[in-house]
Design a protein around this ligand. Structure first.
Ligand SMILES: [Zn+2]
Length: 307
């Protein structure tokens, strides 16, 4: 089962979150229409899914949190999306097969081949209040000294320090079985010279990726923080779920235009669209297309998004 554990250090200005995506992560991987992701891509995507759940749960945002990494490496785009109720999905787009994958999972080698890689964090409100807009923060995959940041955790720590002014320590790891993450954060109310966060962050930093993947939540928290007063809250249950629907594909086809859709059908017999997040297939034949455009007059224009 997928699980999110929330905890506080009693009396100290530090909070923590631990996520373990198991069943849902394996389903997400199995559903990829184009077959299994190469191991380094899978690791990156799993870390993004785990980080997305941690960040969404941490800020309790009523809407969609979108984590996107794009660049000029063998991975051109990777996306993880998490809703307020912790439904998540993720997908990665690879460059042409002729672009070789690196041996290591270093972020720079995977995404940031020539230094143009970026990580974008978007908050899209579910029901925007008047004046409320979509927020997007974009950070490079490099540190202040222009050195490539080796891991996604480094990029996101950098982002949270810059955008939220919150000291954060993240440990992320993923394989074909589990995507997991630990987040430790200094509470906003903390006195600047309070030494609780550095001490606890130091403990968190001793956690290896292997341990993060191998240990269950109870064992992990006990081993890491056995000298600290950890107060735990009821766990939450993230789950893999896609948001695609035939109606949205129809909207996308309408915005493509009748001529375009009919010419594809004339050539291929039908328009077939596969959801890149969950592998679901949507097929529109000539009759479906006819209905699409006859009905279009009575309906609001499509929003142009498949997913
Ligand atoms: Zn889907």
């Amino acid at each position: 089962m997928d699980e999110l554990h929330r905890f506080l250090f009693d009396g100290l200005p530090v909070r923590g979150l631990l996520v373990r995506l198991g069943e849902g992560w394996r389903e997400l991987l199995a559903r990829r229409a184009a077959g299994p992701y190469p191991a380094p891509v899978r690791a990156l995507l799993g870390e993004m899914a785990a980080a997305g759940v941690l960040m969404q749960s941490n800020i309790k945002f009523d809407g969609t949190l979108l984590l996107q990494i794009h660049g000029d490496g063998p991975v051109t785009l990777a996306v993880a999306e998490v809703q307020a109720d912790l439904r998540y999905r993720a997908t990665a787009t690879l460059a042409a097969p002729s672009v070789p994958l690196p041996e290591t999972g270093a972020l720079s080698a995977l995404v940031d081949a020539r230094g143009s890689g970026r990580c974008a964090i978007t908050l899209d409100p579910a029901e925007p209040k008047p004046g409320q807009q979509r927020y997007q923060g974009v950070v490079p995959l490099r540190g202040t000294d222009e050195e490539p940041l080796p891991r996604l955790a480094d990029v996101l720590e950098h982002y949270m320090r810059q955008s939220e002014q919150l000291e954060t320590r993240l440990v992320l790891a993923a394989d074909d079985r589990l995507a997991a993450g630990l987040l430790i954060q200094r509470l906003p109310a903390a006195e600047p010279d309070d030494d609780a966060f550095p001490r606890i962050a130091q403990l968190a930093a001793t956690l290896t990726r292997e341990e993060l993947l191998a240990l269950d939540a109870d064992t992990l928290l006990r081993r890491l923080f056995w000298q600290e007063p950890v107060q735990r809250f009821a766990p939450r249950a993230p789950r893999f779920a896609c948001r695609c629907a035939r109606g949205r594909v129809a909207g996308m086809l309408r915005s493509l235009g009748r001529d375009e859709v009919e010419s594809i059908i004339a050539e291929q017999g039908a328009v077939e669209v596969t959801c890149e997040f969950c592998g679901a297939g949507y097929r529109f034949d000539a009759i479906d297309a006819l209905q699409l455009f006859i009905a279009a007059a009575d309906q609001p224009p499509g929003r142009g998004r498949v997913n």
